[in-house]
Write a new protein. Structure first.
Length: 186
């Protein structure tokens, strides 16, 4: 039933797709704008979205008449806008949201659980057993929680200059990821 090799493969695949380390500048930006990031809420919502999509994702997309390619392109647009926000220092996602809402949108969705994560879950479901996928999701959520919980400490370690550089570098990386998604799905 449980396979260490499958759990490791699922965990590493999701870790690469979720890229919570690469999202640190965005997490810091959201925390600064909203006042706080509710790590527990964001983690639970992200976990619920992942598990829910694992079970009903393909059926839901089919019911709505949305193919995986269109779903990935929509995610690419959101990632592109977040990258622009980071590079240009502009605000596209309005800050009139409450901290709990900011912890859900854009943090839990689409940053942690975006189109890439969701389509990856559909692929993993076809290749690995369900219990191993669920363990892989859980391990990733634990790591996500730790990063979210320590975002204030991470920000202090970086300092203002380090944060600005990191935000712009990862903004360019997000733009590149968005363009890659466009190219591979267009």
């Amino acid at each position: 039933m449980f396979s260490f090799k499958q759990i490791l493969s699922v965990t590493l695949t999701l870790f690469a797709v979720i890229d919570i380390i690469g999202s640190i500048p965005i997490i810091i930006q959201i925390r600064q704008r909203e006042g706080q990031v509710k790590a527990g809420l964001a983690t639970v919502v992200a976990g619920g979205l992942m598990v829910g999509f694992l079970f009903v994702g393909q059926s839901l997309l089919g019911l709505l008449g949305v193919d995986n390619q269109s779903f990935a392109l929509a995610g690419a647009i959101v990632i592109f806008l977040i990258g622009l926000e980071m590079i240009l220092g502009i605000e596209l996602f309005k800050s009139d949201l409450s901290a709990s809402t900011g912890s859900i949108v854009p943090l839990a969705f689409p940053l942690i659980v975006g189109a890439g994560t969701m389509t990856t879950l559909l692929s993993l479901r076809a290749a690995y057993s369900l219990p191993n996928i669920l363990v892989g999701i859980s391990l990733n959520l634990l790591f996500v929680y730790v990063v979210l919980k320590t975002s204030y400490w991470i920000e202090r370690q970086l300092g203002k200059a380090g944060e600005d550089v990191l935000r712009r570098v990862f903004g360019v990386i997000l733009l590149a990821i968005a363009i890659k998604l466009f190219k591979s799905n267009f």
